[in-house]
Design a protein around this ligand. Structure first.
Ligand code: ADP
Length: 236
């Protein structure tokens, strides 16, 4: 791919006490693509997302967004939206209030309504989070992340708390919204099937290292290491 990457990670390292959680991660994410980071629990996926979001400073390495070094910028100045695993909606605010919360300007409510419409939640805009199902809360969280028009959204295990029946449908809807809005997304999951069906490309991580990045087909058919093959279920 010759296009300029939207996000570029160069040699990202992070240590917590004696534990090296990220051991020099390089990655390029291109405009409009959905890239899934896949790997077992504890391999550093969430930490990597937090470094990209600016919630965690790397010990070494750089984060570039559209070619600009944002390694030292605070989260709110990066133009990155994120959806946490537990959605982290404000319990006392309505769905509309949650989506409008971070927006500025006179038209913030209209923009929040538009974001809710995109995820099919217009009818639920006055409900509080506890009056919504897991899948509905997930969509509100996505609307909130997308409402400011971020360059990039980071999704940390966004479907993991949904039951299996709801998961595939929600995933499909989220994929549609990302593609319709042309939003670039980086998703973290430990679910092979999810990564293979949701992402345009995937990266397999293990112990703080990114072992392989490629299309689901490339990674599945031509795993670079025995671990990648085994993790994708090739040897089962
Ligand atoms: P994953 O998302 O792949 O499950 P994480 O990035 O959450 O992995 O965690 C990687 C490792 O770093 C784990 O061993 C975890 O316990 C450790 N870790 C994550 N955050 C912290 C922190 N703030 N302080 C100390 N250790 C942490």
């Amino acid at each position: 791919m010759e296009r300029a990457p939207l996000l570029e990670l160069q040699g990202i390292r992070k240590r917590f006490g004696g534990l090296e959680v990220l051991k020099g991660v390089d990655l390029r994410v291109y405009p409009g693509e959905i890239l899934a980071l896949l790997g077992p629990s504890g391999c550093g996926k969430t930490t990597l997302l937090r470094v990209i979001a600016g919630l965690e400073a790397p010990d070494a390495g750089r984060v570039l967004l559209q070619g600009q070094d944002v390694t030292l910028l605070p989260p709110e100045r990066r133009g990155v939206g994120f959806v946490f695993q537990d959605y982290a909606l404000f319990p006392h605010l309505s769905a509309l209030g949650n989506v409008a919360f971070g927006l500025k300007g006179k038209d913030r409510l209209q923009r929040a309504q538009k974001a809710l419409e995109r995820v099919g939640m217009t009818l639920f805009q006055n409900r509080k989070p506890h009056e919504l199902s897991g899948g509905q809360q997930q969509r509100i969280a996505l609307a909130r992340a997308l409402a400011p028009g971020p360059k990039l959204v980071l999704l940390d295990e966004p479907f993991s708390s949904l039951d299996a029946g709801l998961r595939a449908a929600t995933r499909e809807e989220v994929r549609k919204v990302l593609k319709e809005t042309g939003t670039t997304a980086l998703l973290v999951t430990h679910d092979q099937e999810e990564a293979l069906s949701f992402a345009d490309r995937l990266g397999v991580m293990r112990g703080g290292e990114l072992l392989q990045v490629g299309t689901p087909e490339e990674v599945y058919l031509r795993p670079r290491t025995p671990f990648v093959a085994q993790f994708l279920g090739r040897t089962n």
